[in-house]
Design a protein around this ligand. Structure first.
Ligand code: CA
Ligand code: CA
Ligand code: CA
Length: 388
């Protein structure tokens, strides 16, 4: 066999062995449960208990009313089976001081959470105590309207106002709650406390109006690829792409190290690493770089870099080993292979001067795609947000 045909068959073998060089690692949540939304954690309704006067609410004749021992309004809780207890209503209940049916409302701005909401992975939890007076059907209720950019109503959730029989014809309240998916495109919620009069003065009461948001935890997917389709020739340029995507419903903090010591013993860096977006910043120099920042829900950022292979005789171990890892899990020294490295890309160089063309020891790992460390999936959990 001639030297030329040897070269061709070696190239075909290498191509077959490495159609695409890529490593994908997904950092997924440990559980499926949602977490408080980091952008807007905690209670979103202002003065939902009426303890701070009329603050936060707009409504005709809206005026919180103090609870009275044994009278109206009472902080008596009527359970689902009619059992009577108490609830923590503080000192005041929301109320309309009039003989007519009235509303009081407030608009909760959700634009800080737009990126999370538009993943469709955000849920709203709503609750309130709603009640009235004795045998009268005066009754309080709450309606939540999920509004889009133009104030258009995308969805409505009602915490129904109870008739007198549902609270055992006593002065008191029942507890209502609901959890729904927040429609994609929601930018605000109009929270409406309703005071519906049935007889005489309006004795409807509402208390502890609540709205909180949860979202699916952050989920970072990292793909590391090169365009090498076989053993690298002297002077060949290899282009690498690291793609980082947040496929969860919460912002995700990215802290990755890109260790190129195993590449730059065999090749020279000709460009990068360069980030496609300011959300992730590349730092460092020489053969060690950091990739740091925060990805919004749904955001994808790429980091690209290119190297050119040195002449074979000037190379180190003839194997381009590129490690992308948690900074705490970097391999020591110059890695000779991807063995033991969790997220590593390995591309061998070709000995273009040697006969036979391909060194058998190198051909065995030619342009291999390596998923070391036991598999493609590593699981960590985003730090829990601190809620107020
Ligand atoms: Ca209260
Ligand atoms: Ca009445
Ligand atoms: Ca190397």
């Amino acid at each position: 066999m001639s030297k030329t045909s040897l070269r061709r068959s070696a190239a075909r073998l290498a191509l077959a062995a490495a159609a695409a060089a890529a490593v994908t690692v997904t950092v997924a949540p440990a559980g499926a449960s949602a977490d408080p939304l980091v952008t807007q954690p905690g209670e979103l309704v202002v003065n939902g208990g009426g303890e701070d006067g009329t603050t936060g609410w707009t409504g005709r004749n809206f005026l919180p009313i103090p609870y009275t021992a044994g009278g109206y309004p009472a902080n008596t809780l009527v359970g689902p089976t009619g059992a009577l207890g108490t609830f923590n209503g503080g000192t005041y209940a929301l109320h309309a001081d009039t003989r007519a049916s009235e509303d009081a409302s407030q608009l909760v701005d959700l634009t800080p959470s737009a990126a999370s909401i538009d993943t469709g992975k955000v849920t709203a939890k709503m609750s309130a105590h709603v009640g009235g007076f004795g045998t009268q059907n005066d009754r309080g209720g709450v309606t939540y309207q999920f509004l889009g950019t133009d104030g258009n109503i995308l969805a409505t959730q009602v915490l129904p106002a109870p008739m007198a029989r549902e609270r055992g014809n006593v002065s008191g309240s029942v507890f209502r709650e609901a959890t729904v998916a927040v429609p994609v495109g929601t930018r605000s919620v109009n929270v409406v406390a309703q005071f519906i009069v049935d007889f005489g003065s309006n004795e409807a009461v509402v208390d502890n109006v609540s709205l909180t948001l949860d979202a699916a935890p952050s989920q970072l997917q990292v793909t590391h690829t090169s365009d090498a389709a076989g053993p690298i020739q002297d002077g060949q340029v290899v282009n690498y792409t690291v793609t980082l995507t947040n496929s969860g419903g919460q912002p995700v903090t990215v802290d990755r190290a890109l260790a190129l010591a195993g590449v730059l013993d065999d090749a020279d860096l000709v460009s990068g690493p360069t980030s496609s977006d300011g959300a992730l910043v590349v730092s460092g120099a020489g053969d060690l770089f950091g990739i740091n920042g925060t990805l919004a829900p749904g955001q994808t950022v790429t980091v690209v870099y290119s190297v050119v292979a040195k002449p074979y005789a000037e190379q180190g171990d003839h194997n381009l080993v590129s490690v992308l890892a948690d900074p705490a899990n970097l391999p020591a020294g110059v890695p000779g292979s991807c063995a033991g490295a969790g997220d590593c890309l390995e591309v061998a160089t070709a000995d273009t001067a040697a006969v036979p063309l391909v060194n058998p020891a190198v051909a065995g790992v030619a342009a291999a795609v390596v998923l070391a460390g036991g598999g493609a999936f590593m699981f960590t959990r985003r730090r829990k947000a601190t809620t107020a």
